[in-house]
Design a protein around this ligand. Structure first.
Ligand code: C2E
Ligand code: CA
Ligand code: CA
Ligand code: CA
Length: 284
């Protein structure tokens, strides 16, 4: 089951009520999992709605625990955050995603090159040496820097907006790109938006998935339309997440949305399957 913001909150609240012992156990399992390479990245295509071609992928972490079985990120990322394990895990994710994309650039050259999007958690974002860490990985991996996009959420920036803007600028100075994830669900403070040096807005899937075709006054289609217009006014590209039907894709195309992501195109896939998809060079 996939969760939207509200469910995730409920899940998190349930997690908080778990006995301390159990959480400690998960923490030690996470630690061991990191050591034993139990984590894996899946990749979900991001498709150009203009050309129908794959423009990039989002890296999404998976935990295949020997002891617990398959655990979805919605269930372990919050614990990794609380315990600080997200720092070494996040470092591995970023490095592995960049390494994989560098390989795919050689295998599947295209113009513009495929983009790799990587999620940053709030703990990573507030970590003092984030910029150095990203720079270190980029120096080591030798991925074309423009091809890396970091996804952040609005709520991560609201603690100290001025400091967040400074940090975003320093990340941008490394030559990479930035995207605001889950747009529309946070404490959107629209007055700051134009000051964030970002390249892309991702319309949250909770809006996209509820769009109904045929109803011209559909509430969710109106919200999505407004977000797309807002993005375009700020000269940002817009990605719509959670596209599950052809109808939704067509509405988004008609609204001028640049990119789409969702089960309609493909689910997040292990690297070999994603490579097979890239080799087919599909067009939607
Ligand atoms: P997100 O960044 O908003 O990622 C999108 C989520 O929506 C993914 O869930 C993806 O599998 C799912 N999704 C994509 N298309 C569709 C669709 O058409 N329908 C539905 N129902 N769902 C769709 P996933 O992989 O379970 O990840 C959940 C969340 O966990 C992510 O939300 C992100 O906040 C976090 N996460 C995942 N991977 C990472 C990571 O590597 N680092 C960090 N910091 N967080 C991660
Ligand atoms: Ca994301
Ligand atoms: Ca999202
Ligand atoms: Ca999210």
């Amino acid at each position: 089951a996939k969760h939207i913001g509200k469910d995730r909150y409920e899940m998190f609240a349930t997690g908080m009520r778990e006995p301390v012992v159990q959480r400690l156990q998960i923490e030690s399992d996470l630690r061991r999992g990191l050591k034993d390479s139990e984590f894996q990245l899946f990749y979900q295509p991001i498709v150009s709605l203009k050309t129908g071609k794959i423009a990039g992928v989002e890296a999404l972490v998976r935990w295949n625990s020997l002891k617990r079985g398959f655990i979805s990120p919605g269930d372990f990322i919050p614990i990794a955050e609380e315990t600080g394990l997200i720092i070494p895990l996040g470092e591995w994710i970023l490095q592995e995603a960049c390494r994989q994309m560098q390989e795919w650039h050689l295998q599947f050259p295209q113009n513009p090159p495929l983009m790799i999007s990587v999620n940053l958690s709030s703990r990573q974002f507030s970590q003092p040496n984030l910029v150095q860490q990203v720079q270190f990985i980029l120096d080591k991996i030798n991925l074309d820097r423009k091809s890396l996009k970091l996804e952040i959420t609005e709520s991560m920036m609201m603690n100290d907006v001025e400091a967040a803007i400074e940090l975003l600028k320093r990340l941008k100075d490394l030559g990479l790109r930035l995207s605001i994830d889950d747009f529309g669900t946070g404490y959107s403070n629209l007055s700051y938006l134009h000051r964030f040096p970002v390249d892309t807005l991702k319309v949250d899937q909770s809006f996209v998935r509820r769009m109904n075709s045929g109803e011209s006054h559909d509430r969710y289609a109106q919200i999505v339309r407004t977000v797309i217009m807002l993005g375009h006014n700020l000269e940002l590209d817009v990605i719509a997440e959670g596209i599950e039907t052809e109808e939704q894709m067509k509405i988004l195309q008609s609204l001028g949305c640049e990119y789409g992501q969702g089960y309609f195109f493909a689910k997040p896939l292990p690297s070999e399957q994603l490579a097979a998809l890239l080799a087919k060079n599909p067009k939607w």
